[in-house]
Design a protein around this ligand. Structure first.
Ligand code: GSN
Length: 221
């Protein structure tokens, strides 16, 4: 049996993408098992692999680990991406929760009804620019270090880069007013494991498009 973690999810970013990012950043090879149909999901449920009948699930160290945040936390802890003490961990958690909130706003855009999409996007980009990104810019400015927490590479850096790139897909100049986030983006993108993940052919998934929705909806609904 392979010692590599195995990720069960559909072939799309969704809730699994940050887990892919964290494993890749840690330099961990992983396998993916894509759900293509409702029957694939039903089979995992029948196998007893899904605690709450939901994915993501990661097969790791002989267990089936569910719940996105739990999987991400355990990767961060296992690969030393989670700070050196409780205070650093709390800071990392606070920054990551903000990132998750922003990511959720951006990721739910395509799922809005047609007449609500424009407003949803405007609100999301306004919050990105005026609520979330200023926080990370200020953190970097105040301590003057290369990484968000403890002058050391952590999951907060990985997940911030992920959401910065997602936000740029919606608004390419969204970092215009944030010079430190621009240099942060360049610096973290250049870390060898991340550089590799950003190259074509990696397990990073492309942005979701309208045409992908029916394929995904038939699995989960
Ligand atoms: O974060 C988590 O892993 C859980 N708290 C939620 C997982 C979840 O909602 N999974 C969805 C697919 S991913 N997209 O939203 C799921 O398995 N839906 C099927 C169902 O029956 O809930």
């Amino acid at each position: 049996m392979s010692g590599k973690p195995k990720l069960h999810y559909c072939n799309a970013r969704g809730r699994m993408e940050s887990i892919r990012w964290l494993l890749a950043a840690a330099g961990v090879e992983f396998e993916e098992c894509f759900l293509e149909t409702k029957d694939d999901l039903a089979k995992l449920r029948t196998d007893g692999s899904l605690l709450f009948q939901q994915v993501p699930v990661e097969e790791i160290d002989g267990m089936q680990m569910g719940q996105t945040r739990v999987i991400a936390n355990s990767i961060a802890a296992k690969y030393n991406l989670y700070g050196k003490d409780l205070k650093e961990r709390a800071l990392i958690d606070m920054y990551v929760e903000g990132i998750i909130d922003l990511n959720e706003l951006l990721m739910t855009y395509l799922f809005q009804p047609a007449d609500k999409k424009e407003q949803h996007l405007a609100t999301s980009l306004d919050k990105a620019t005026n609520r979330y990104l200023p926080v990370y810019e200020k953190v970097l400015k105040d301590h003057g270090q290369d990484f968000l927490v403890g002058n050391c590479f952590s999951r907060a850096d990985v997940q911030l880069l992920e959401v910065l790139l997602t936000a740029e897909e919606f608004k390419p100049d969204i970092l215009a007013k944030f010079p430190l986030l621009q240099s942060f983006k360049a610096r973290i993108s250049n870390i060898p494991t991340i550089k590799k993940f950003l190259q074509p052919g990696s397990q990073r998934k492309p942005p979701l498009q309208e045409k992908d929705l029916p394929r995904l909806m038939q699995i989960f609904h």
